[in-house]
Design a binder for this molecule. Sequence first.
Ligand SMILES: C[S@@+](CC[C@H](N)C(=O)[O-])C[C@H]1O[C@@H](n2cnc3c(N)ncnc32)[C@H](O)[C@@H]1O
Length: 253
Amino acid sequence: MKTLLVIGIGAGNPDFITLQAIKALNRCDVVFLMDKGPSKDTLIDLRRELCQRHITERPYRLVEARIPERQRGEVDYRASVQALNRDKQHLFEQLINEQLAEGETAAFLVWGDPALYDSTLRILQQILAGGAMQFEYQVIPGITSVQALAAQHKVPLNRIGRSVEITTGRRLAAGQASAADSLVVMLDAEDSFQQLRHQGLDIYWGAYLGTADERLISGRLDEVADEICRVRREARQAHGWIMDTYLLRKPEA
Ligand SMILES: C[S@@+](CC[C@H](N)C(=O)[O-])C[C@H]1O[C@@H](n2cnc3c(N)ncnc32)[C@H](O)[C@@H]1O
């Protein structure tokens, strides 16, 4: 039987990696290195560095693959996501078939935690459900960008006894966030926090969390929104990509 380890590597700081993840890395014959888009090189470099630093107990092979990207622009969003998932499934099947021998163990290194806005687990489950391939798999949790954001701003995510919602910039822009009094927003391509101006909210914003390029801004949304828009624009220009996350909420009564 082949074994797959889906390892959360934390969302930016190489020190986010857990002891459990290091032990898992040292069980691997193969490590799959995958990323996409302009952020690819930086994020693959971090994964490579983690392997070099922590895999000390046995030889291993690195296999790099480019993750397919979603078609953007004038296309139906759901259809483009379905097509992307089909392409990703095909790539995963190919890697498991061609790069991993019977009895071997491979790692998928997942940014942050595999349970949060990441398709690796869903794809592996789909492959198994298809019945054409068999393998065992385990999940090793990682530190998410949400935890990194809260830690860097030194804020708890929830108000006492209250709920927190995690959503996407796309849903926020479409007015689809719930009335949760603490709202964490990820995957925001469009400064969607602007939709919530003039509601007396506070924002805790962080980009490139855990890395040398980390940027943090916090304050009353109405007062800092323009600054965040500017910093996002400049950072995107400088790096060619941006990863940011933010917490929005009403100030304590
Ligand atoms: C596809 S999701 C992956 C989330 C990841 N699995 C996690 O646990 O954080 C990518 C989004 O995560 C957030 N993100 C990931 N790493 C980040 C970082 N270092 N700083 C700020 N936001 C980050 C951003 O909102 C980005 O658009």
